[in-house]
Design a protein around this ligand. Structure first.
Ligand SMILES: O=C(O)CCC(=O)c1ccccc1C(=O)O
Ligand SMILES: [Mg+2]
Length: 335
């Protein structure tokens, strides 16, 4: 894949700072670099604490989506899950209301500073609000030890869980949780997220048999085409997810989900998160309607790019980050 020259990339970039409607991952303002690129709008939005080596995969994805033709879409809409941050039970109905028609919810658990009792109360509130037929998932974002994961998932299993996403940090721990839950007769599947998107080897988890399914995200995996290769090699069912992107980054996710062969998708995708933002860069936001979002590339809105423009020092910071990551992708001496 040819990488466009840095001056062309920098002349296409805008930087936005969009408030979130609810604190998520400790974030209350989401910053993103948005490109008005030849193939359509593209997004580069690694979290600000990520180093350049990790962020450069996100830039490869943004340049691929903005400058290269994308694979054929096999579907027009993508079913999405409601994403429930680590809120109190009283806040659950308000969060779910932003995801109209969604029959699957993914609930954040194991948040730092909270207890298992908080997680149980939150999952109970989600199950109560959605009814017995809904699918309920949890995402611990590596927050548990093996022992904590087994205890927590045995307790949460009473609410009927579709799967538990990344209960622990390492591939070895995921495998152990999976084995211990099976031995204890606890019917909870394990999904790998960080073990795919942050690992030097995204296929290690599949090779080790450490998960029942994998979460794939286009930006951290280096783009739609690379993510499709990983899916094909992993041979496990897939849920496509995002990283709290604007509708432009979500569009990259819909492109990936729509390109997957039938039968690979393990249910609703985690692509409904524009509903958690208090703004966007397009008037055609990819927010859930009747439980799904459309596949496609929404046009950038110049007024919204102005309204959410980041402060000058943040724009400079992002432009320098783009330049450093671009160098990592193009200059062999940087490897
Ligand atoms: O999968 C979803 O429902 C939404 C995306 C999500 O949870 C997320 C968003 C930002 C950073 C990390 C994660 C994650 O899946 O761990
Ligand atoms: Mg996750």
């Amino acid at each position: 894949m040819g990488i466009p020259p840095l001056d062309e990339v920098l002349s296409a970039v805008r930087v936005v700072a969009i408030p979130t409607r609810t604190r998520f991952r400790g974030i209350t303002v989401r910053e993103a670099a948005i490109f008005a690129a030849p193939e359509g709008a593209s997004e580069f939005s690694p979290f600000t604490e990520y180093g350049d080596a990790e962020a450069s995969a996100w830039l490869a994805a943004a340049l691929d989506f903005g400058w290269q033709p994308q694979p054929k879409a096999h579907r027009e809409r993508i079913e999405v899950n409601a994403t429930v941050p680590a809120v109190t039970p009283a806040e659950v109905p308000g969060i779910l209301a932003r995801f109209p028609g969604c029959r699957t919810a993914k609930v954040k658990v194991a948040e730092r500073g909270q207890s298992l009792a908080d997680d149980i109360a939150r999952v109970r509130a989600v199950r109560a609000a959605m009814g017995p037929a809904a699918r309920v998932r949890v995402d611990a974002n590596t927050g548990w030890s093996v022992a904590e994961a087994v205890t927590a998932l045995a307790a949460l299993a009473e609410f009927g869980l579709d799967y538990a996403e990344q209960p622990c940090v390492s591939v070895g721990e995921l495998a152990e949780v999976r084995t211990r839950l099976a031995a204890a007769g606890v019917p909870v599947r394990i999904a790998a997220d960080e073990s795919v998107r942050k690992a030097a080897d995204p296929l290690a988890v599949a090779r080790a048999g450490a998960a029942d399914l994998i979460i794939v995200k286009a930006q951290p995996l280096g783009g739609v085409a690379r993510a499709l290769e990983i899916v094909a090699e992993a041979g496990l069912p897939v849920v496509v997810s995002s990283a709290l992107d604007t509708s432009v980054g979500i569009a990259m996710g819909t492109q990936l989900a729509a390109a997957l062969p039938d039968g690979m998708l393990a249910g609703a995708c985690g692509l409904g998160t524009v509903a958690l933002l208090d703004g966007d860069v397009t008037r055609a936001s990819l927010v859930p309607e009747e439980g799904s979002i459309p596949v496609g590339r929404p046009p950038l809105d110049p007024d919204l790019l102005d309204r959410y423009a980041a402060a000058p020092e943040r724009i400079a910071w992002w432009r320098e980050r783009v330049a450093r990551c671009h160098a990592l992708l193009t200059d062999p001496r940087e490897r």
